[in-house]
Each structure stands twice: as C-alpha cells, then as structure tokens.
Design a protein around this ligand. Structure first.
Ligand code: NAP
Length: 235
C-alpha cells in the first residue's frame, strides 16, 4: 500500500485542516485535546460521533471533511474480549470520568444493554453524559464510595489520572478512596504506563485487569477501514 501514517502536532484544529488541505492528506486521526474542537470544521459527522460529541477520525470525500468516532467500537470490542461475554446484560458498571473516552464507553455500555453510573470530578459533565444514556451519575470523591461498590461488576477508568511518565503523575489514583474487593473487573483506558497505580492496586487485590491497549488497537482497525476502504488483516 502506497501510504504513510505519521504524527503531526497541532496548536489549533483549524491549522491542521488547512495543512491537510494544502498537502492533499486523505484522512487523519484526531487525539486529545482536539476531538471536540474539530467538530465545527467538518461537513458531516457520523451518528456515533454526534451522540458522543467527539470525533477521532477525519476522512476527505469529494473535497469535504467527514468525521467519525471509532473509540466506541474500539472500547466495545476490547471490553467484550476482556470479560469474555457477548453483552453486558445484568451488569452494573462504573464509568470513571465524563470526557470523550467516557462517552465512548457509555455508548458501548448502552449498546450492549448494561447499566452504568458515571463518576466525575465536574458534576455537570457527569450529569450531561449520564442523561444522554439514562444512567446514574455522581461525584468522583469519597462520598460516592457506596455507589462505586454497587456499580462494580466492571470499572472502566477513562480519566487522564495515572497517565504520564513523571513519578508525580504515576503516583495518582482516581479511585484512591475505593478498597478493591477482588471481584471487580477493572479496565483502564490508559496504556502508557502499561499498568497505572489503579491497575496495580486492583491486581494486588485479585481483580481481573486490563490496560487500554486493546481499545487503541481495535479503534485503529476501524480507522484503517475508514481511511483505506479495506479491512485490516493481522499478519
Ligand atoms: P477528556 O475529554 O479531556 O476528559 C478527561 C476526563 O478526565 C474528564 O472526565 C476530566 O474530568 C477527568 N480529569 C482530568 N484530570 C483530572 C483530575 N486531575 N482529577 C479528576 N478528574 C480529572 O479526555 P479523553 O479524550 O476522554 O481522554 C481521557 C484518557 O483516555 C486519556 O488518558 C487518553 O489517552 C485515554 N484514551 C485512550 C484511548 C484508547 O484507545 N485506549 C482512546 C481515547 C482516550 P472533568 O470533567 O472534571 O474535567
């Protein structure tokens, strides 16, 4: 395939679009913190990107830019594989965070018939995300300890906390107030580091754990399809 996929840093989404137009780029991935800001620059967005309110894949068609969200399909496939189940029926799931990744997770949980509670620092964002999917919502602090124990069949961690490389970043744990029982399955969407403090604590307590690498991989397979029109085949 005569193609390259290379990283560009950007200060503003508008300058990326201009740059892509001038170079004849056919499509690009959008990562934090630009997934929401890119929306107004697009001619049309998919139903999923609209509902989630974030776009991570932009493709040029007939001179216009079209937006998609592949995080939802990525996390859905990653979580089903992680748990070895076909859907989330009868499961009570905690979604930690209410940003773009959390909304992709909420979309997947709803689609797979699970019940969820959204835990977030900024309550208004927790409420907004939860109301879209008819889920519960609460604060991400010790006052929500009992609700977290109730929604603990699966804990999906989607905040930035624990991501990074400095000792200070690595020492952070968004669920510092939760004592793991060992029965929770814990999926942290962060993949750098490979094991956040949260995952290390959960593993030590006997929980089934996974980092977000599988989500990254599966959302990228879908991006490959959107960029090339071909299915990605593992060699
Ligand atoms: P986002 O839209 O900016 O949302 C960030 C979330 O983290 C919000 O809920 C925010 O809470 C919370 N947060 C940030 N700093 C916090 C702090 N100090 N204390 C408490 N809460 C804090 O970002 P995003 O796009 O959802 O990405 C979030 C993470 O997911 C990143 O680490 C990203 O790399 C990862 N991710 C992974 C994949 C994958 O394929 N594995 C895909 C997408 C994203 P507030 O609302 O209170 O600000």
């Amino acid at each position: 395939m005569n193609a390259v996929y290379i990283p560009f840093s950007a200060n503003h989404v508008e300058e990326s679009i201009e740059f892509a137009d001038s170079l004849g780029i056919k499509g690009f991935s959008v990562t934090i913190p630009h997934k929401e800001a890119v929306l107004p620059s697009l001619k049309q967005i998919s139903a999923e990107a609209g509902e989630i309110g974030a776009c991570n894949t932009v493709v040029k068609k007939g001179g216009d830019w079209y937006g998609y969200n592949t995080d939802a399909i990525g996390i859905s496939r990653a979580l089903l594989e992680f748990l070895g189940v076909k859907n989330f029926k009868k499961m009570k799931i905690a979604i930690i965070g209410a940003g773009g990744a959390a909304r992709a997770a909420a979309h997947a949980v709803k689609d797979l018939h699970g019940k969820a509670c959204i835990f977030n620092r900024t309550l208004s964002r927790a409420k907004e995300t939860a109301e879209t999917y008819n889920f519960k919502w609460t604060a991400l602090d010790p006052s929500s300890r009992y609700l977290l124990e109730e929604y603990s069949d699966l804990i999906i961690q989607t905040t930035n906390i624990g991501m990074g490389s400095t000792p200070e970043e690595l020492s952070k744990d968004p669920l510092f107030f939760h004592d793991f029982m060992g029965t929770e399955a814990v999926y942290d969407v962060i993949y750098h580091p490979g094991k956040t403090k949260l995952l290390r604590r959960a593993e030590k307590a006997g929980c089934k754990i996974s980092n977000g690498y599988s989500m990254l991989l599966y959302q990228a397979y879908k991006q490959f399809e959107l960029f090339t029109g071909s299915t990605y085949e593992q060699s």
